[in-house]
Design a protein around this ligand. Structure first.
Ligand code: CA
Length: 522
């Protein structure tokens, strides 16, 4: 019997990856009597048959590349010997053609969350302090530190206070069509259920992104806001402008902000967790630092959990346009309606154009780490990435930063950049995120819990205190895919309820929110 284990995903695949830690040496005898012609690292592909020059390299029952030259059985199918296929054309893709899968409703599951006046539910109880421009970042950080020291101890039901700093607000072409992306992202971040509807803004006073625009007060009205009007009251209660003429120096500004923060904290402190149906969960799915195991272990387990959330009435977002682009032909049939399918194509086209303006294409996505982890190219990465979406129909497509409208599986269009995707999903209403990683990242968000799932047990063991769940156990057959999916489902409910803390929160490791600004800067 061979000491080596190969993972082949589909019967008709002609490559398989090596499971063993440390890979396999030249001359190793592999299952099926294949002799390895050269050393192959863990997670990398071995040819199971001879593949002629120009022949298809198949994984996931899809073409992940074409042989650059004859590849003998038992060879290492590395990036160097494979040409990347072109992406599927967006015209003539089948839309909403798949027969709807039977997904039995899943009843009786709840989580303990903070219910808001608008019906949404938070998984954390945070004071988020929005900012309308980067100019105020220093003072916002100063005040947040002070609030943590002096005010938070008085309001023990509030989990924390977060400065929502960003690089936008001034020096930007605010009327450019694409400026809608950063603007609505900032508007919608403030409305995330984890902030309990307590919007508070620190502005400067002369910036392009006025606090009234951030609060979505009609701009025509904002130019001439009448004293004692509703808009004037809203601004008074929620906005501190540093250039306010009543501020004589720094301390006045600090006092003003502290006073407003305390009023918000007092209201947030009234909130208590209560049992809420899973239908109020909005789970963001993301991956980062992927490897060849991502599409075998963690991402399919995430997909299984995703279907459970959807069956329980909840919402799931999957994202990362450049990682679905090459697998779009597998997603458009899953659109619930033709319109949803068209919306998927619209987002793909928008991103194709965005990349081509920068003289790049989706191949710019794959990182050196991905390749070291066995992923030859973006096609192979995408096929693994989309398994996060499970099997549910896609009910809606959100443009970057748009708020979620429908329960069920949503495609939220975002770049694949971990921090930008996290920020945009949060703006769309995500209240908990699941993040899979093969290479490892300490990624976390202060504004929503992030459950990190390792794709391989080598990482899971090495990063034992940074990873929340090891899906590598699927490859070593310690648990089945279904068991991993259920384990993750229960972990999501426990973390959303505050019963379990994720590693990033326990260690205080939090990334910045990072805006996506496809519009010009002036
Ligand atoms: Ca990512």
């Amino acid at each position: 019997m061979s000491d080596f284990v190969l993972i082949k995903i589909h019967e008709s695949d002609n490559v398989a990856i090596i499971l063993n830690q440390g890979g396999a040496p030249a001359g190793a005898e592999l299952p099926g009597g294949i002799e390895l012609l050269e050393a192959v690292p863990q997670g990398h592909k071995v040819s199971l048959t001879d593949i002629p020059k120009g022949g298809e390299v198949r994984r996931y029952n899809e073409v992940v590349g074409y042989a650059k030259h004859d590849i003998k059985q038992g060879s290492w199918v590395s990036e160097a010997v494979v040409d990347m296929p072109t992406p599927p054309k967006l015209a003539d893709l089948p839309l909403a053609t798949r027969e709807k899968p039977v997904l039995e409703p899943l009843e009786g599951y709840t989580f303990d969350g903070y219910r808001n006046a608008d019906g949404s539910v938070g998984t954390k109880n945070l004071l988020g302090i929005s900012t309308s421009v980067q100019c105020v970042a220093g003072i916002t950080d100063y005040v947040v530190k002070l609030i943590k020291q002096t005010l938070l101890p008085k309001y023990p039901n509030v989990d924390g206070v977060v400065a929502l700093n960003h690089t936008y607000g001034c020096g930007v072409a605010i009327t450019a069509p694409a400026a809608i992306v950063p603007i609505r992202t900032l508007q919608n971040i403030a409305k995330n259920p984890n902030f309990g509807g307590e919007i508070m803004v620190i502005g400067l006073g002369c910036e392009k992104l006025s606090p009234s625009r951030l609060l979505e007060i009609d701009e025509t009205q904002a130019v001439n806001i009448l004293p004692n009007s509703e808009a004037a009251k809203k601004l008074d209660d929620h906005v501190v402008s540093l250039q306010d003429e009543n501020h004589h120096g720094f301390q006045d500004m600090v006092d003003h902000i502290m006073e407003m923060a305390e009023a918000h904290l007092a209201r947030l402190n009234q909130r208590r967790r209560e049992p809420c149906p899973v239908s109020e969960l909005v789970v963001g799915m993301q991956c980062g630092g992927s490897d060849a195991f991502s599409g075998v272990t963690a991402n399919p387990a995430v997909g299984y959990a995703s279907d459970l959330i959807v069956r329980a009435g909840g919402s799931v977002m999957f994202s990362e346009v450049s990682e679905v682009r090459d697998a779009i032909h597998l997603l458009t049939p899953r659109a619930e309606t033709v319109e949803v399918g068209q919306a998927l194509l619209r987002e793909m086209q928008w991103f194709d154009d965005y990349l081509s303006q920068g003289q790049a294409d989706r191949s710019a996505n794959t990182t050196p780490g991905n390749k070291k982890g066995g992923l030859n190219n973006i096609v192979e990465k995408s096929l693994g990435s989309i398994t996060k979406s499970g099997n549910s129909p896609i009910v809606d497509v959100l443009s970057p930063g748009e708020r979620i409208r429908k329960r069920g599986l949503n495609f939220a269009a975002t770049p694949a950049s971990d921090f930008i995707c996290g920020t945009l999903q949060f703006a769309s209403g995500m209240n908990i995120q699941v993040f899979t990683t093969g290479r490892g990242t300490p990624y976390g968000l202060e504004v929503a819990p992030v459950i990190k799932v390792s794709t391989n047990s080598t990482l899971g063991r090495r990063w034992h205190d940074l990873i929340d769940m090891d899906a590598g156990r699927i490859a070593s057959k310690e648990i089945t895919l279904e068991e991993a999916g259920w384990e993750l489902f229960h972990l999501i409910l426990d973390v959303a309820s505050g019963r379990k803390q994720v590693a990033a929160d326990r260690l205080g490791l939090h990334n910045d929110l990072v805006l996506f600004n496809p519009a010009p800067v002036t």
